[in-house]
Write a protein that binds this ligand. Structure first.
Ligand code: F6P
Length: 349
């Protein structure tokens, strides 16, 4: 192999730039030229009509300076049309045009599906699990998860401080799509008393009951950490009916949200106030933690080493602190196991 490419795809995650830097250093070490593909899989489709705007040689000197930066230097995007076989064939033609013989894809499970299809079309591809969600069960941690949790921990601690000052509970929503790991880990790390996640069916009444019990024990500054996907596994609740009956302005058909959960809990638990904070993109736009930076460094190096040995169709992961690789298809078949003990502990102690 003489030339490989690298792209970042899906939601950005802290550590993506560190991984690009590692790929670039390793490519230089293995005497491979390196093409940076812009905007995820879109860059392979030459959407800007000048292939060199979408795929350009990466300058090692520039890349060396971005390793500790948040975001992704290559930009990222989701590319729905990559699901179409004819679109993927166009991508492969463009890769051939640019002389790219292997590809490193840094992204989540959707990005891995695309990587697997490229392998079927003869482009050896290696995946690095770049997503804050920690929803790729084949690896202990995904790249960016540790940083996202640390970001949540710092924000939740700040919110708990003000909750304490005002003697009021707080609802705090974190990211994770269909995965509750960010919520669970941040709740455990901050001493939050209630956590709700998409993996476990829950109801507003149960949360209110737990909150009331904590208040009765003298804790009126409870943190309720909500995974953004938790609403999908919530017992249906008539938000409009309940709030309007209690004199709160609400619109017919309004769905539950963190601010609405805070209002409902305030009423159900007789609190003077209860506030909600949605942490949102602060979790994605952080400088990578030491853990994520060193994971990125090892993962980028291993990805290039595999390609330089003619090995593709693999993903890189981490287990017991050690980096490893396995076939993409096997990785995607791994089943998640949710840490129910930790969930029960947070919600019962
Ligand atoms: O996959 C990472 C993630 O941040 C999820 O936690 C979240 O649901 C999603 O991306 C949001 O994506 P977007 O920024 O495209 O709305």
């Amino acid at each position: 192999m003489r030339r490989i490419g690298v792209l970042t795809s899906g939601g950005d995650s802290p550590g993506m730039n560190a991984a690009i830097m590692a790929v670039a250093r390793s490519a230089a070490y293995h005497e491979l030229s390196l093409i940076g593909v812009k905007h995820g899989y879109n860059g392979l489709l030459c959407k800007s009509h000048n292939i060199h705007d979408d795929m350009a040689e990466l300058d090692l000197d520039t890349v060396l300076d971005i390793a500790d930066q948040p975001g992704t230097y290559l930009r990222t995007a989701r590319c729905v049309e990559f699901k179409q076989p004819e679109v993927r064939e166009r991508a492969v033609e463009n890769l051939h045009k640019m002389g790219v013989e292997g590809l490193v894809v840094i992204g989540g499970d959707g990005s891995y599906q695309g990587a697997m299809r490229l392998c079927e079309l003869g482009i050896p591809t290696i995946g690095i699990p770049g997503t804050i969600d920690n929803d790729l069960p084949y690896t202990e941690m995904t790249l960016g998860y540790d940083t996202a949790v640390n970001s949540c921990v710092s924000d939740i601690r700040a919110i708990r401080a003000t909750s304490r000052s005002h003697d009021r509970p707080a609802v705090i929503e974190v990211m994770g799509r269909h995965c509750g790991d960010i919520a669970l880990k941040s709740a455990a790390s901050t001493g939050a008393e209630i956590v709700v996640v998409p993996e476990v069916h829950w109801s507003i009444d149960q949360v209110a009951e737990r909150l009331n019990a904590l208040i009765a024990r003298g804790n009126n500054r409870v943190s309720v950490v909500v995974a953004e996907g938790a609403w999908e596994n919530m017992e249906p609740f008539d938000v409009y009916g309940f709030l309007t009956a209690n004199g709160v302005q609400c619109y017919p058909g309004e769905v539950i949200s963190s601010p609405r959960l805070a209002s409902i809990l305030k009423l159900k638990c007789g609190m003077v106030e209860a506030r909600a904070t949605i942490l949102g993109y602060t979790q994605r736009g952080q400088h990578p933690s030491a853990y994520d930076s060193s994971f990125a460094f090892e993962a980028g190096n291993l990805a290039v080493k595999l390609l330089s040995n003619g090995i593709g169709n693999q993903v890189v992961g981490i287990k017991d602190g050690r980096i490893f690789y396995m076939p993409i298809a096997d990785a995607l078949r791994c089943k998640r196991s949710f840490n129910m003990e930790l969930y029960n502990l947070i919600n019962s102690l």
